[in-house]
Design a binder for this molecule. Sequence first.
Ligand code: C2O
Ligand code: CU
Length: 437
Amino acid sequence: MTHYYQLSASEFDWKTSDKRTITSWGFNKSFPGPTLKAKKGDEMVIRVKNNLPEATVIHWHGIRLPAIMDGTNIVQNPIKPGEEFEYRFAVPDAGTFWYHSHFNETKQMEQGMYGALIVEDESDPVFDDEKIFIMDDIKLNRSGEFKQGNFIQRWQERHDGRQGEIILVNGKENPVININAGQTERWRFINAASARYFRLSFGGRPFRIIGTDGGLIERPVDVTELLLVPGERIDLAVGPFNEEDAFSINTLKYDRMTFVRSRNSQLATVKVGPSQSSVTDLPGKLRDIQSLAPQEAEATRKIKFSVGASLKHGIDFLVNGEMHNNDKPVYVGDLQVWEIANKSLMDHPFHLHGYFFQVIEENGKTPAYMAWKDTYNLKPKSKIKIAWIPDNRPGMWMYHCHILEHHEAGMMGHFEVIDPSKGPSDKVHHHHHISHH
Ligand code: C2O
Ligand code: CU
C-alpha cells in the first residue's frame, strides 16, 4: 500500500498553553507536525512544500531508506522557499520513528519542525490504547521569542546545547493525560529536544520497556525510570493503574556536565479514570534479535568524539580531531564493528543515519538487553562498540551527535556506503558538507 502525505512548512502562531502563544515553524500549522502512519513494508510518498523564508531539508530519522531519500544536504539540494520536494520510500521496519528538519536545525527544530512517523505491524502486541509523546523544550527570551541571546549566552548554548525551561509534550505545557484504570497502554516516547536529556519517571511507579529505536526488543524490561536522549525513542507498556490514581510524569535531574544545572521538572499530569476491562496481550517474548558480533569482536574502525579549544568559537566539537569529519567508506555486506570513544567530559548522543546497530560492549560490559539502535548515549570518558551491516543502499551517509548545537559545531562524520560491484559514486553533493547555513 502507498500512503500519500503533504507537509507544508511555514511560520504560524501556536498556543503552548492558555497563557502562551509562540511564533513557531512547522508542518501544516501544527506543533509537532502531523503523525505519519504506515504498515511495515508499505510505501510512503511525502511531498514537502517549503513556505518558510529560508531553505530546508527533511530527514526521516530511523527509516532504512535509500541514501538519496535520507534528507540531508549531502544527498540533496535544499528545498528553497516556495519549492517542493517529493520523498518516496518504503518502510521496512515497524517501530517509532520521526521526521525533522535537517537544515539550520538549531533554529528550525527548536521552533517545531518535527513530527512522529509510526510504522505498525500485524504482529505488534495488542494494547488497550496507544499514545505518542514527543518531548521537547523551548528557550524564549523575555519578549517570548526564539531569538538567540548575547555573546556569552551563545557561547554557553554552543557548549551545553540549547536547553529551555519551557517543556513541551506534543507542543503543550504540562498536558493532562487520561488513562482508564485496569488498562495497559503503549506509550511511544520521542525526544525531539535540541539538547535536553529526559530522565523519565512516573512518580516511582514501575513500567515496562518494550521497544527502542529499531522496534521491539526481545522481551519486556521492568524499570521505574529511564534516560531518553535527543533523537532517541522508547516504547513502553504503561499500567494498569488503580482507580483515582493521579501522578505526574517527571524528568529527574541528570547531570550531563553542562553549565546550566539540571533539575527535576514536571512534564505532564496523568489522571486515571474509571476502571475498564482490558484486551492487552503482552507476550513475554516479543521478538528474536540475532547478535551480529560477539562482545570481543575486533573493531574495524575507531571513532573519537572530543572537544577542542577554538579561537573563533571558544569551543569546537570534533570527530577524529576534525570538524565535519570525512570518514572512510564501507562496503555493502561487510560487518562493521566500530569502537566509539567519547574523550570529552560531556555526554553526547551518537546517531547513525539509515542503519540500525547493536551495542555489543559499553566500557567492557555487555548492555543490559539486546536492541536495534540508531541513537545511543556516549557518557563522558566512555567507550562503546557497535556492530552493524551496511545492506545494499549505497550512497552518502552520516553519523553525528544529536545535540543540535554540537552537530552544527562540527561533531559529525560522513562516509560512503559503496556497492563493490559498482565502485564509489561521484559524490555529487560532497562539497556541501559544511554548508549548514
Ligand atoms: Cu535525527 Cu541527522 O538526525
Ligand atoms: Cu554532543
